[in-house]
Design a protein around this ligand. Structure first.
Ligand code: ATP
Length: 605
């Protein structure tokens, strides 16, 4: 069925008059065409809506999507949030004032249905599920600054004010709409984007035919301004291949979209028409602005905007790119607000090639993963393993291999061996400053280059490559240890033993730099390393990216007793009879976390 838009007769004139040089005036539910204006207020508003306006380079505002509370979080929701937290932590290290916004999207048909299916009223349901997101963020060491809920009255006030502005700007009209609706996307779909039997390609479920009398946002009027934004600011949508997707959509012709629902009670009422509620996306996107408001202060759009808008970065999955890179900028232009500086659409965590999602129910349970492996392993694995922007599949075998090799062996074991040698030979005390110890040592230059590589990749959001650079520092440290074999040098005594004591300082300085550079991704592990190097928690909490410079470790600093900073995960090959399929004779191996002292080599012991 082709989507059909029937504009009510009294609306027709204003709808057809889409030129930017005219400004229709509306009474709430009727549309009266005004005379043409010689100068356009809306055009004036566009002029302020550049990517650069209000820019404050010391502030970095970033957002995750506001997650839909139709079901508790899964590993996909956690993935975006872990990435956002890593970026936020990196920006804090650079000395930026960071406002990291996350939260929950709580209105709409899917929520009401999900609440009813669980025998709860929608408000209770939202409280419960929203809390489960907060709990998971705590378990994963997510240090957000603002958690916004779209059922919060302060958010509702901002949405209504925004709606009024867009309405006053002549961009909202009323019309009948008939088309195919995906309840899971909460979106009318174009027939050409659907699979067989009118199935939504994201949710693999048939869309339903719907006809409604709705309010519409005149997206089509923003065709040219959006084309200009995309061509003049190629970094607005990242990675670049997503920009191409967005440009293709826009070029194919923008169609107005409905921003109210007549059949959905669980939502914010349309101002002056309480028979309709505002469409979830026209509501939820405003959460990025309402989140900026301060408690117990007067809430209005301008006040919120003055507290940090525009956002520096919207981090989202590619499923919601159109909403963020097309609908949202047009809405902002209509309301005379600046556009976010960047929308980054990452790929999907998949299971058997399909997007992991709440609606499909093919999710990976993040609470279980964190309980089993700890937050650092989960954070590290997904950031390191999935190239940011692309899709990635999860396998437990791969997870264990990666975190054991990188965190337990390359990093944990190196620290453990070095501290062991320092204890045995130097009473756990550094004999010289690390700057002196590194004189004539090429490792220092290597580390400096790798630190720079990590920094540029963090800045470009190439998070996996940033991780890789940090790990290369660890590899370089291990090679140095093997080449120098300080345990042998200590045995030789005299100058050799002195040189060995310096080697240990060099390696511990390498460990310290790794701790700083890895702290955006594995903060708990970094803190453990820092503590073992004899620093306090306060000292760790005040580190900046400048601390990746060589030379912080000084003579006389006393190290802690070595203990594993990352516990190796052991595979336990016991047969799990309950999980065995009838004809499956293979043993199922289950991962177990085993606390054991990191092995030292025989010679070192
Ligand atoms: N499989 C996934 N891989 C990566 N990110 C995901 C995945 N699933 C969800 N996300 C993140 O959550 C956002 C969507 O949030 P939402 O609450 O709608 O979750 P969802 O599981 O995709 O829901 P549904 O399955 O009902 O569409 C995505 O844009 C992305 O940021």
């Amino acid at each position: 069925m082709a989507a059909r838009l029937n504009i009510s007769r009294h609306n027709t004139l204003s709808f057809l008059n889409t030129s930017l040089t005219s400004k229709p005036f509306f009474s709430r539910n009727s549309f009266i065409l005004s005379k043409k204006l010689t100068s356009s207020p809306r055009r004036a508003l566009y002029c302020t809506s550049t990517l650069e306006s209000h820019e404050n380079n010391d502030t970095f505002v970033l957002t995750t999507p506001l997650y839909y509370v139709n079901a508790p979080p899964h590993m996909g929701s956690a993935y975006t949030t872990i990435a956002a937290d890593s970026i936020a932590r990196f920006q804090r290290l650079l000395g930026k004032k960071v406002i990291f916004i996350t939260g929950t999207d709580e209105h709409g048909e899917k929520i009401a249905t999900s609440a009813a299916a669980n025998g709860r009223n929608p408000a209770e349901h939202c409280d419960l599920i929203s809390q489960s997101y907060r709990t998971l963020w705590k378990e994963l060491d997510i240090a957000y600054d603002k958690f916004v809920r779209t059922t919060d009255p302060k958010h509702e006030a901002i949405v209504k004010e925004f709606y009024d502005r867009v309405f006053a700007n002549g961009d909202i009209y009323r019309a009948d709409y008939e088309g195919l609706y995906c309840v899971n996307c909460e979106e009318y779909k174009d027939e050409k984007e659907l699979l067989e039997n009118s199935c939504c390609p994201v949710h693999q479920m048939p869309c339903v035919a719907r006809k409604e009398d709705n309010y519409f946002f005149a997206l089509s009027k923003y065709q040219k301004p959006l084309e200009d934004v995309l061509s003049q600011n190629p970094r607005f949508v990242q990675p670049s291949y997503r920009l191409n997707e967005v440009q293709t959509w826009v070029k194919s012709g923008l169609r107005d979209f409905s921003i109210s629902r007549a059949l959905v009670e669980w939502g914010i009422p349309v101002p002056s028409d309480d028979k309709q509620t505002i469409y979830v996306w026209f509501d939820a996107l405003l959460g990025y602005i309402s989140a900026l408001t301060e408690d117990n202060k007067q809430q209005n759009l301008d006040a919120a905007v003055s507290l940090g808008w525009p956002a520096s970065l919207h981090l989202i999955g590619k499923d919601i790119l159109r909403f963020h890179a097309v609908y949202w900028p047009a809405m902002l232009m209509s309301a005379g607000l600046s556009l976010p500086k960047m929308v980054f659409g990452h790929g999907f965590l998949t299971k058997d090639g399909m997007k992991m999602g709440k609606s499909l129910g093919n999710t990976l349970e993040p609470f279980e993963l964190v309980q089993k492996f700890g937050p650092d392993a989960v954070r590290y694995f997904f950031i390191r393993e999935v190239e940011f922007g692309n899709d990635g599949d999860y396998s437990e075998d791969r997870f264990i291999k990666i975190v054991n090799a990188h965190l337990a062996n390359t990093i944990g074991n190196l620290l453990n061996r070095t501290l062991g040698l320092l204890k045995k030979n130097c009473e756990s005390t550094l004999v010289v400053d690390s700057t002196i110890a590194a004189e004539g040592v090429p490792l220092k230059d290597t580390v400096e280059k790798l630190v720079e590589k990590a920094r540029t990749n963090y800045e470009n959001l190439s998070l996996s490559t940033a991780c890789e650079a940090v790990l290369e520092i660890g590899n370089a440290g291990n090679s140095y240890m093997d080449q120098r074999a300080p345990w042998m040098l200590f045995k030789q005594g005299g100058d050799s033993a002195e040189a060995a004591a310096k080697d240990l300082v060099v390696i511990l300085e390498v460990m310290r730099i790794i701790a700083v550079a890895l702290s955006p991704i594995a903060p708990c592990l970094s803190l453990k390393i820092y503590s073992q190097l004899g620093f306090s928690v306060d000292q760790f909490n005040s580190i900046t990216w400048n601390d990746t410079k060589w030379g912080e470790l000084k003579a006389g600093q006393v190290m802690e007793q070595a203990s594993p900073v990352f516990v190796r995960i052991e595979m336990d090959a016991e047969t799990d009879k309950e999980e065995k399929k009838p004809n499956d004779s293979k043993k199922k191996s289950k991962a177990k976390v085993k606390v054991e002292q990191q092995p030292q080599t025989l010679a070192e012991a």
